[in-house]
Design a protein around this ligand. Structure first.
Ligand SMILES: [Zn+2]
Ligand SMILES: [Zn+2]
Length: 135
């Protein structure tokens, strides 16, 4: 689905705009996303790097692994984006940072094996134990 959307962090110091194909949209229940966001789950969607641009401010980056950087606002801390070192890899944008997150509903869950026991969403979307291919 091709879309033009804008979003940004809580304080407004960092803003972004995207224009292109939403490749997939999902929930991630991994421990890294939980800790980085301070929330039980992160909803994210994938988009080509060429379709995404920061329009205001510059995020800080944190490397939780040796293959990707997690970008966040250095002023308010909002976790915005997952960017792999491979420049051709799709970006993972955190859906709740969109101005209108309802536009991009998640359609599956990854890393469900580490979901928090008291937290479950009321949908019947597929739940993968680890990555998407791990059923
Ligand atoms: Zn901010
Ligand atoms: Zn995750």
């Amino acid at each position: 689905m091709k879309m033009t959307l804008e979003g940004g962090c809580l304080c407004g110091a960092v803003r972004y705009r995207l224009d292109g194909e939403i490749e997939e949209s999902a929930y991630c229940h991994c421990r890294t996303c939980q800790r980085q966001s301070g929330a039980p789950v992160v909803a994210w969607f994938a988009i080509a790097p060429a379709s995404f641009a920061y329009t205001k401010g510059k995020p800080k980056g944190y490397r939780a692994s040796d293959r990707a950087t997690r970008e966040f606002c250095g002023d308010c801390g909002t976790y915005l984006l997952f960017r792999e070192d491979d420049a051709t890899a799709s970006l993972g944008v955190n859906t709740a940072t969109l101005d209108d997150p309802a536009q991009v509903p998640p359609t599956f869950h990854i890393w469900h094996q580490s979901h928090i026991a008291w937290f479950e969403t009321a949908d019947t979307a597929p739940r993968f134990a680890r990555g998407k291919s791990s059923a």
